[in-house]
Ligand binder design. Structure first.
Ligand code: AMP
Ligand code: MG
Length: 395
């Protein structure tokens, strides 16, 4: 199945199961959350005309260019008196313009004479160095649309308009399940044949950054009865996100449990890493089963699970940003699946980690992003390729 088709299925399913409940939270708790209603400006920004410079405010109209006496000093945070005719006002950046003044000259283009009058040494234009009222935003403007994911800049924008709280979608509850008899948690001794569970850590931290409430469902041994019971125990979740046990191996019980207790979709994605993917539900709770190899988990979460979750929260923009760079490597043999290579940028060239095995999480720790090599394509060094920054999808 092509990636686009899988994504389309997932986004349609997400749109049918929106997490639409809202809550009002203080700005300090709104980082990473999704705005539930359009944010309208309740005032103009700036709220009054103000100076963009440290300098002198004056009225050009009717002025003959002679030096002017300074009639007041206007600091940011004060309310000025109207400008007395035939004078100028000392003014500082961000201070309100006095009524009657129509421009500001920066202090570098002035000279204070012995008698305290100010001489203006450069030509002046009406409105110069003045930030007009409402230049950025007019009262009533929609500054952020519902479905926007809030980050530092959006929160700053809300703060600039005086909002102390925002209405956001409630956090999705995501149960994280790591399947595999071989898994042990860090801190525990390893029995023969065991490895440490890394996917759980990756997914829990990532989901928390994404604004989800994580229900840690722990390690699930490869056992049908236990699989059923654990899925049943996750009924409070909006999504059960599992790793491993979704291929066609003999110890892959997730599919079997879903087939019996819900619905199973088993997709063979035309991407590498990350071929097998399960999407279905157990007793009505959506289940997304990512492949267990750590690099596969990472790629499928970034490209499929993340957009799915964001769409359930009503986000319009769910696809990661990607842009063209030059390949800093050759790709002489075309593959039949689209490859997402862990890569770093060296200038405008993307260089790839030498070991692209889907089991190697170090490749992703080294990488700054994923380079997309389309199926059926060979590349020479210098050819254009898409780059998806990890900083984009991990946030
Ligand atoms: P599976 O999809 O269960 O066949 O697992 C594929 C590969 O990923 C196997 O080598 C597993 O040992 C490994 N794997 C599965 N789950 C995890 C996990 N949570 N952490 C680290 N490696 C895992
Ligand atoms: Mg397994």
């Amino acid at each position: 199945m092509p990636l686009e088709q899988a994504l389309e299925h997932l986004l349609e399913a997400a749109a049918r199961a929106p997490i639409s409940a809202c809550e009002v939270v203080a700005l300090e708790h709104a980082d990473g959350r999704v705005l539930a209603a359009d944010l309208l400006a309740g005032c103009d920004l700036p709220p009054w005309p103000n100076s963009a410079m440290d300098g002198y405010a004056l009225r050009l109209e009717g002025w003959n260019g002679e030096p002017l006496a300074v009639s007041q000093r206007i600091f940011a945070g004060t309310a000025p008196a109207p400008l007395r005719a035939g004078t100028c006002a000392r003014i500082f950046t961000g201070a309100p313009m006095p009524e009657g003044a129509d421009c500001v000259e920066m202090q570098e283009n002035t000279e204070v004479l012995e008698d305290g009058q100010v001489r203006f040494t450069a030509p002046l234009k009406p409105g110069q160095n003045v930030r007009p009222q409402g230049q950025e935003t007019r009262a009533g403007d929609t500054v952020l649309v519902a479905g926007t994911r809030l980050g530092p800049v959006e929160l700053g924008l809300a703060a600039s308009l005086g909002h102390a709280e925002l209405s956001v979608r409630r956090k999705p509850r995501v149960a994280v399940l790591s399947t595999g008899d071989e898994l042990a948690e860090p801190g525990q001794p390893l029995a023969p044949g065991q490895i440490y569970n890394s996917n759980r850590r990756v997914l829990i931290s990532w989901l928390q950054r994404l604004g989800c409430e994580v229900l840690d469902a722990g390690i699930l041994p490869d056992d049908l009865a236990l699989t059923r019971a654990r899925l049943q125990g996750c009924q409070a979740a909006d999504l059960i996100l599992s790793t491993g046990g979704v291929s066609v191996g003999e110890a892959d019980y997730l599919g079997q449990a879903l087939r019996e207790g819900g619905e199973l979709g088993l997709w063979k994605l035309a991407i590498k890493p990350g071929k097998p993917l399960t999407f279905g539900h157990y007793a009505g709770v959506p289940v997304l089963g990512l492949p267990g190899n750590p690099a596969s988990t990472l790629v499928t979460f970034a490209l499929l699970a993340r957009p799915y979750l964001l769409r359930r929260l009503g986000c319009a923009e769910v696809q990661p940003l990607r842009f063209k760079v030059r390949a800093g490597f050759a790709w002489p043999v075309a593959g039949n699946r689209r490859e997402f290579l862990r890569a770093r940028l060296e200038g405008e060239r993307a260089v790839i980690y030498p070991n692209q095995s889907s089991g190697v999480l170090r490749s992703a720790a080294w990488a700054q992003g994923l380079v997309e090599v389309p199926e059926g394509t060979t590349l020479a060094e210098g050819d254009g390729v898409y780059f998806i920054p990890l900083s984009e999808v991990l946030g």
